[in-house]
Design a protein around this ligand. Structure first.
Ligand SMILES: C[S@@+](CC[C@H](N)C(=O)[O-])C[C@H]1O[C@@H](n2cnc3c(N)ncnc32)[C@H](O)[C@@H]1O
Length: 148
């Protein structure tokens, strides 16, 4: 079994990779969680990296505890980073039905320093998709990830 992760919040702050490692630890060693695996995320990253222009807005339907949402936010930031290390604006909208999961994703995004990039929308995806245009002014989505 892999060694237990470091839960010290000071080690997790602004460190999405450490937060994602904790989720993976629970998935692999404690409880089977219904998440998109790191292997699939890595494969998807290779596909998205080939898009031209690189994606800036990603919407996922089904956030659960935020593993894929944190991964998408990190990926999109990486794609848009220039040689000086500056990142142009990217946005991930994670739509989640269950209020408790919404709180978990928001908490993880905050600790990881991704709350400016990752926005969680509470409610059914159908309603949230309508709100995306009406309330957030989003007219264009580059990537749609369906994972209910
Ligand atoms: C497979 S999990 C998502 C896993 C997540 N994408 C990941 O890989 O880390 C599916 C999630 O979809 C949510 N869900 C189910 N029906 C939904 C709906 N109609 N609208 C929004 N979320 C929904 C569930 O509550 C659950 O948290």
């Amino acid at each position: 079994m892999a060694p237990p992760p470091n839960y010290d919040q000071s080690k997790l702050r602004n460190n999405p990779k450490a937060m994602m490692d904790i989720i993976d630890y629970h998935v692999n060693n404690i409880q089977r969680l219904m998440i998109f695996s790191q292997r699939k995320l890595d494969a998807t990253e290779k596909v998205l990296a080939k898009l031209d222009p690189k994606p800036k807005v990603l919407v996922e339907l089904g956030g659960y505890v935020g593993k894929s949402a944190l991964a998408w936010a990190t990926m999109l930031q990486k794609f848009q980073q220039n040689s000086q290390g500056n990142v142009s604006e990217v946005k991930v909208f994670s739509m989640e039905l269950e209020p408790d999961f919404v709180k978990i994703i928001r908490g993880f995004a905050d600790i990881s320093g991704l709350s400016g990039t990752l926005e969680v929308m509470e409610g059914g995806s159908g309603d949230s998709l309508k709100r995306l245009k009406a309330e957030k002014g989003i007219e264009h989505i580059d990537v749609l990830f369906l994972d209910h």
